[in-house]
Design a protein around this ligand. Structure first.
Ligand code: CA
Length: 464
């Protein structure tokens, strides 16, 4: 099995000494949590919420101290890592409206996402959990490269089956009702009886068990620990030592995810797939103000371009291929998931839509010196907040006030000491790069989340 997955040009060409690099066909498991705080994994310091299984990924692979997403809220962050491109390049610059009749609000179909890129070279792809990249039928996972979808098309979701009352998003008749649609297997509503996080973990294990004989891409998109704060007693019972009820519920929700991650890793072990599988783990943005998360020692939260908004718990494992227990300090991005996977598999990338992500593996092996990224950029379209990081320096601009700050994150991770007066030449150089990048972005393409009120603007019924 393992040998079949390595497709060497040497097998078919005589000129092996001059052969192109080998392409391989490892599986890819991408596990994403939702609004989890930077501090809230064992490998970043958490003491009150043990995460032994998530920690396993870092212990057997790499912990990224400076792992970033491309936007500090859910939808645009997902559009970024799914395409390996800054989502502003295609105008995905806000959380999209959840109106299922809006054919503009979603991941543009002309962009290639991970499932499409890998699908072209024979991968079988599944998404389990939260989509949040468009609710209109033209944007759904099954028409954007995924062979299997099990989950929900909107953003957050309620966790107990009794709360899931709508057959489909078109039936939602009030704001927030999109948290209460039944789960869907592909495009058919299903009945469930499990706490949502457990249900998604069950599906992830089942996906691996069913598909392990062919190369697969499994995207497990937990909505935990995003609001609403709902945990089952089994997990709450683990946290009698936490008094604050919000933090306690959050801890229980994270612990449920951690159990799921353990089951996924165990299933890979059971099938002897650890060496044939890349595992990425990160949160889609930083901890939110309203879910009891902690981003220590970072400042800021979800929705902000301070570090707490977009520097996230981030780990990677590829057993036997990258060193175990590496604590990697240089800056990496969620964009690098596809950058890494496309390079390893030699999957074609359209020349007119080049990736912003890079292949991390040679950096982690020490084969390439230096940093994966000279610059990382952020821009929040409506508010106008912007940031750029290069090395330890970060320029941060608040759109509403035009306040500009330069931080030296190497010595000031909490962004407390604005050095703009002392290093204005450096700030100017960063601003020049930021403006150049911003000039490559497209305007916002669709109405934002919150613009649809199903009570006054119901979606017309759609055939099952
Ligand atoms: Ca989120």
């Amino acid at each position: 099995m393992k040998l079949l997955r390595w497709i060497s040009p040497c097998l078919i060409a005589a000129a092996c000494l001059h052969a192109e690099p080998e392409a391989s066909r490892p599986n890819l498991v991408l596990i994403v949590t939702d609004d989890q705080g930077y501090w809230d994994v064992g490998f970043n310091g958490s003491t009150d919420i043990p995460t032994p299984h998530i920690d396993r990924i870092a212990k057997e692979g790499v912990r990224f101290a400076n792992g970033y997403v491309t936007y500090p809220v859910c939808g645009p962050s997902r559009a970024g890592f799914m395409t390996g491109r800054y989502q502003g390049r295609f105008g995905f610059r806000n959380n999209p409206t959840l109106n299922p009749t809006d054919a503009t609000a979603g991941l543009p179909v002309e962009e290639d996402n991970i499932a499409e890129v890998l699908g072209r070279i024979g991968y079988h792809s599944g998404i389990i959990g939260k989509w949040h990249l468009g609710t209109h039928p033209r944007f759904r996972p099954n028409v954007q490269g995924f062979d299997e979808f099990y989950g929900f098309v909107a953003g957050g979701h309620r966790y107990f089956p009794a709360d899931l009352i709508y057959q489909k998003i078109e039936a939602v008749d009030k704001r927030g009702g999109w948290y209460q649609t039944k789960l869907r297997r592909n495009d058919v509503a299903v009945e469930t009886d499990e706490y949502l996080t457990d249900e998604l973990s069950n599906e992830a294990v089942d996906f691996i068990a069913r598909n392990h004989e062919e190369p697969f891409f499994l995207y497990v998109a937990y909505n935990a620990p995003h609001t609403p704060m709902q945990a089952s007693q089994k997990y709450l019972d683990r946290f009698d030592h936490i008094e604050d009820p919000l933090r306690k519920t959050y801890a229980a929700m994270v612990s449920a995810v951690d159990d799921g991650v353990g089951r996924i890793l165990d299933e890979l072990d059971r099938l002897d797939l650890a060496e044939d599988t890349l595992v990425f783990f990160f949160s889609d943005n930083g901890g939110a103000r309203n879910n009891g998360s902690r981003n220590d020692p970072l400042s800021g939260t979800k929705g902000e371009l301070l570090e707490g908004g977009m520097r996230v718990p981030f780990a990677f494992r590829w057993t036997g291929q990258v060193p175990a227990g590496l604590d990697y300090q240089p800056r990496v991005s969620s964009l690098d998931v596809l950058g890494t996977m496309a390079a390893i598999t030699a999957a074609p990338i359209a020349a007119e839509r080049p990736l912003d992500g890079v292949n991390l593996v040679p950096y982690l092996r020490g084969e390439i010196e230096g940093e994966p990224h000279d610059y990382l950029f952020w821009h929040m379209f409506r508010r106008g907040d912007m940031a750029v990081r290069s090395g330890d320096k970060k320029l941060h601009i608040l759109g509403e006030t035009d306040d500009v700050a330069l931080y030296d994150l190497g010595n000031d991770v909490a962004e407390a000491d604005n050095r703009i007066g002392k290093e204005s030449y450096r700030a100017q150089r960063l601003l020049t790069e930021l403006e150049k990048w911003k000039g490559e972005l497209k305007p916002d393409q669709f109405p934002p989340l919150g613009s649809w009120d199903p009570a006054t603007d119901p979606a017309p019924p759609r055939e099952e």
